[in-house]
Design a protein around this ligand. Structure first.
Ligand code: NAP
Length: 270
């Protein structure tokens, strides 16, 4: 996928969980659209550095920062480092997320707290630090008509209940109201806050759901478009939401799911 390198020219972006999957795809795409990018990672330092090296080899600007998004001190340190290096920030993509699945009655408090901590609290902490800088700096019309953009990577499970994954579904349902409430509060300051809700996208987080023909066939029953998504499907939406092309879009969730939220089970039932 190639983008106009002028679309996000001069903009500084931070993508959480950018060492793998959807975050990696978004970091690479924002860079090819002209943004300088912080590649945040938690455990995969080498993968993060490889993404940085690839971006630089294509004449882009990037560097990697290790931080656990559920840890307030580490998030603050990551933003200080970003501002020190880039001077400011224009785009935050709140992408880092994990699954710790268990039947409800067997789910430990640790499994619950880990998923809520990374998927929801982490997204709160990063958004708060980004918003402080957006408010301090305000609009720079030559860079963007917005003072800043925050993009949440939510999930179809912000609306589809998910047995065996109640911590994950609760975290994504929480993101919906977190995103909308922040959008409402910050819109007068020309800050735009939106979510992308992916359906099934081929990444390591859900490998067992698509890595055998039998598993993929079962998954496709849930997808009217009859294909599993790829990271570029999400990255294209993220570039658009980060750009002034979506200037009048605020407080909304863009479902990029091949129709998964269309209740496909009802297509031939009633
Ligand atoms: P992935 O390939 O497993 O990537 C997860 C990323 O999150 C990795 O870069 C990981 O970093 C990072 N991460 C994990 N814990 C972290 C922490 N404490 N602090 C900072 N970063 C952390 O999964 P993915 O599929 O790309 O998922 C990305 C997002 O999309 C998640 O929010 C997920 O819920 C959402 N999503 C995915 C799908 C799908 O079908 N794939 C569907 C809907 C929503 P390290 O590897 O460096 O530790």
């Amino acid at each position: 996928m190639s983008y106009s390198p002028y679309l996000l020219k001069g903009q500084k972006a931070l993508v959480t969980g950018a060492s793998s999957g959807i975050g990696e795809g978004i970091a690479r795409s924002l860079a090819s659209a002209g943004a300088a990018v912080v590649v945040n990672y938690h455990s995969q330092a080498q993968e993060a550095q490889k993404i940085v090296d690839d971006i630089k080899a294509a004449n882009g600007e990037a560097f990697a920062i290790q931080a656990d998004v559920s840890n307030e001190d580490e998030v603050k340190a990551m933003f200080s480092q970003t501002l020190k290096h880039f001077g400011t920030i224009d785009i935050l993509v709140n992408n880092a997320g994990v699954q710790k699945d268990a039947p409800f009655v067997d789910m430990s408090l640790n499994q619950w707290n880990t998923v809520i901590g990374i998927n929801l609290t982490g997204q709160f902490l990063c958004a708060r630090e980004a918003a402080k800088e957006f408010l301090r700096r305000g609009v720079q019309p030559q860079i963007s008509s917005a003072a800043g953009k925050i993009i949440y990577i939510s999930s179809v499970h912000e609306v589809i209940p998910w047995a065996g994954h109640v911590n994950y579904a609760a975290s994504k349902g929480g993101i919906n109201m977190l995103m909308k409430s922040i959008a409402q509060e910050l819109a007068p300051h020309k800050i735009r806050v939106n979510s992308i809700a992916p359906g099934a996208i081929k990444t390591p987080i859900n490998k067992s759901a698509w890595d055998t023909p039998q598993a993929e066939a079962k998954l496709l029953e849930l997808i009217p478009a009859k294909r599993v998504g790829n990271v570029e499907d999400i990255a294209k939406a993220a570039v658009w939401l980060a750009s002034d092309e979506s200037d009048y879009v605020n407080g909304t969730t863009l479902f990029v799911d091949g129709g998964m939220t269309l209740y496909p089970g009802f297509a031939d039932n009633g």
